[in-house]
Ligand binder design. Sequence first.
Ligand code: PHE
Length: 341
Amino acid sequence: MTADLHELEQRASAELAQVSDLQALEQWRLRYLGKKGEVTLAVRSVGQLPPAERPAYGKLANEVKGRLEAAYEARLEVLKQEEVERALRAAAVDVTLPGRRPAVGRLHPSTQTLREIYHIFTQMGFQIYRSREVETDEYNFELLNMPPHHPARDMWDTFYINKDVVMRTHTSPGQIHVMRAYYPEPIRAILPGKCYRYEQVTVRSEHMFHQVEGLAVGKHITMADLKGTMIHFARQMFGPERKLRFRCSHFPFTEPSVEVDMDCILCGGKGCSLCKHTGWLEIAGAGMVHPVVLRNGGYDPNEWSGFAFGMGIERIAMLKNHIEDIRYFFSNDLRFLGQFH
Ligand code: PHE
């Protein structure tokens, strides 16, 4: 009978040596030392032996039980320690690894250009006025001296929401809003924002882009004020040596109307591919506010006069940063956007 106990001890010890985690150890404990474990049963079986065999068997069974319990405790300690070490290793930070660069956002180049423009005009006393992007036909055209069916409407290819509502094709309708909001105060305001045109998207034109409108209304405003303002702007934005040219043009809402040209920033006027060999770059449309428009804004044209201008922000940004394709602005390519600090 005692041979059985020796065999049991050997088997249990050998198995214990194989146990490599706490879960397996617990199973081992139940198998041998649990309430119905083999060792426990062996100890309890003493009572069924012939009386003569009991003392020797009982003694050995208790010794085996004691040894296996001690071995269990020792193994438990070792495995717990290993578990702790494993957890520490998993949580460890390798300080020799290269760092991860945080992805820092930047302002969009159109926003950066707009902000430069705000800075220049606010220094001249202009306030920034926000006007709506969804406009009525009335504000986008009629109040700007373009009645229905006026051929000048063809200057803008328009997205119509319905027959009376449009996506504004230019920031000029804001002129009426700002005049109606401020009458009878004099006005010096710039009106920035998105404009929409139902156009073929090309290197030079997008169906959504930004404009900044300028409007000054006062008692003695003349064309000289418009010229001085545009010259100052161009020199602040593109360098003090810039020269401007005011070329006759036509807009229904200004009279007289001009196209504002700046000497080419690349060739200085000699002629190159940027200025298409003319020496000049167009930077804005402008003019003296048409009497009809002043009246529509609430200002009596016999007392008041004003100038207005409108420029394309992406065009300004393209000239300034030598960007050749307007489509880059809105295609969300980080290789492009990431270049502007
Ligand atoms: N609104 C005109 C355009 O989009 C530009 C402009 C604004 C011209 C103000 C004159 C005065 O083309």
